[in-house]
Design a protein around this ligand. Structure first.
Ligand code: DMJ
Length: 482
């Protein structure tokens, strides 16, 4: 596979030199660059076709593909999550016939009536976000209709408690007693407002129109529960009955991550008019400073804190941070602060790329840490998007080709080590050898391949002035009317 890459590069250069014979150096370089970018984009589209066609052949209608077993599995109680999560990627890439078959399935097969207990957060970001984005891109009413049905069913989570219940049944429209817990996670509470805000604005249904405000109020409630000692970064567990914080962990990683990410995203979606969100975001970025530590050679590590002690390790999950800083850059209070955020975003992105360059086989494990002054990455790769997400925002912000080159290297590692005859698989390091984990998460097409495609596309394919990508990379349009 590596040889394939080298041969491809040389052939490309030769072809370029021949066709540039009569042009100025600048024009010739620009043409070569365009050609290289479009061939990289083509490779990403081909990977998407392989992933999608494999899912279609072996797991159609089930939630996710098991690429080794050549079958499917219901990880979301059977709502075809890969289809819902892939709609806008297929559409954006111009894969028309594949998008049409997905649309047909949504129109004729998708029913939430038989879907049992699901995570309210995961279903909101993947299924509701996917349907709403597909509706905004195509104007096809079927997507809004399904989003309304889903939004109504999920809204039972918002009844009779200060904070949403984390797991509910879509079929019985209840959050069963035996599942009721007293606690929820920061990301589960604070990653609903973009999707429900959008649904409220698009729907004519009276009940649905109230939900945007309701989900945003949860975030305000969390803001009001914060204590000065949290310094903008509260513990990751929230009590459902009174929205107070509990637990001994403060982190920008997994149980909290998209709570921070949605502060600037929601602010931008609402045309930067909500000062409460802006101020919470600013406070969290200022609090982030405590969590940073220089990592030798590779940039800056984002640590987490347990029992008041910082652990010198960084989760790959935290690689949404550079995008969050770039997207929310207008919330900086001064030119100096703006510049600081830009530098921080660039430094964290370096570490995010290092997850791959320092990871074994060029793949990113879940954790990066230092041992004897050397950077180490845990082995394995879950097909996660966060590092390429960082590269995407940095590319858009700086137009420095280094970000495209890093993204291409990452794509090649994934294509070399995760691609199977059927689909792509997460890989684990078991008993001294690499093994496919037999899972192709729905976020691989929704996010990883979409961000890679966007990195190698012109900006007009997705303008960041008029759309905000939710945490599952589903673009939602910025509010237009006052
Ligand atoms: C995705 O489902 C979303 O990005 C979520 O916010 C957290 N991480 C996974 C992918 O790693």
């Amino acid at each position: 596979m590596k040889t394939r890459g080298v041969v491809f590069g040389l052939a490309w250069l030769l072809l370029g030199l021949l066709s540039c014979a009569n042009e100025t150096v600048e024009v010739c370089e620009a043409e070569l660059e365009d050609g290289l970018t479009s061939s990289r984009r083509g490779a990403v589209v081909n990977a998407t076709i392989h992933a999608w066609d494999s899912y279609k052949r072996y797991a159609w209608g089930l939630d996710e593909l098991k690429p080794v077993s050549r079958s499917g599995v219901n990880t979301f109680s059977g709502m075809g999550i890969t289809i819902l999560d892939s709609l806008d990627t297929l559409y954006m890439m111009g894969l028309e016939s594949r998008f049409e078959e997905a649309r047909e399935w949504v129109a004729t097969e998708l029913s939430f009536e038989s879907v049992g207990i699901v995570s309210v957060f995961e279903t909101t970001i993947r299924a509701l976000g996917g349907l709403l984005s597909a509706y905004e891109q195509t104007g096809d009413e079927i997507f809004l209709e399904k989003a309304e049905d889903l939004g109504n069913r999920l809204s039972v989570a918002f009844e009779d408690s200060a904070i949403p219940k984390p797991r509910c049944s879509l079929s019985s429209r209840t959050c069963p007693k035996y599942l009721e817990t007293d606690e929820s996670l920061l990301a589960e509470v604070g990653t609903l407002q973009m999707e429900f805000h959008k649904l409220s604005r698009l729907s004519k249904d009276k009940h649905l129109r109230t939900l945007g405000r309701k989900t945003l109020d949860y975030v305000r409630r969390l803001g009001s529960s914060m204590q000065p000692e949290h310094n903008g970064v509260p513990p990751s567990v929230v009590r459902i009955d009174d929205a107070s914080f509990t637990g001994d962990r403060r982190t920008f990683g997994a149980p909290s991550d998209s709570f921070f990410e949605y502060l600037p995203k929601m602010w931008v979606l609402m045309r930067k008019r909500d000062d409460f969100l802006r101020d919470m975001f600013r406070a969290s970025v200022r609090g982030l400073a405590d969590f940073l530590i220089a990592a030798p050679d590779v940039g800056v590590m984002v640590r987490d804190q347990i029992h008041g002690v910082f652990l010198d390790r960084m989760e790959q999950f935290t690689c949404y941070i550079p995008g969050m800083l770039i997207l929310g850059i207008d919330a900086a209070e001064s030119e100096t602060e703006r510049r600081e955020w830009e530098i921080l975003a660039a430094n964290i992105t370096k570490t995010c790329a290092a997850f791959f360059t320092h990871g074994s086989r060029g793949l990113a494990g879940e954790l990066l840490y230092t041992r004897d002054g050397k950077v180490q990455v845990t082995p394995g790769y879950e097909l996660r998007p966060e590092s390429v997400e960082a590269l995407f925002y940095m590319w858009r912000h700086t137009k420095d080709p280094i970000y495209r080159d890093m993204a291409w290297q990452i794509f090649q590692s994934i294509d070399t080590h995760c691609r199977l005859d059927v689909g792509y698989s997460a890989v684990a390091f078991v008993k001294d050898k690499y093994e496919p984990r037999d899972v192709m998460h729905s976020f691989f097409i929704a996010e990883t391949l979409k961000y890679l495609f966007l990195i190698f596309s012109d900006d007009h394919v997705l303008e960041l002035d008029s759309s905000v990508l939710n945490t599952e990379a589903h673009p939602l349009k910025v509010d237009v009317d006052p």
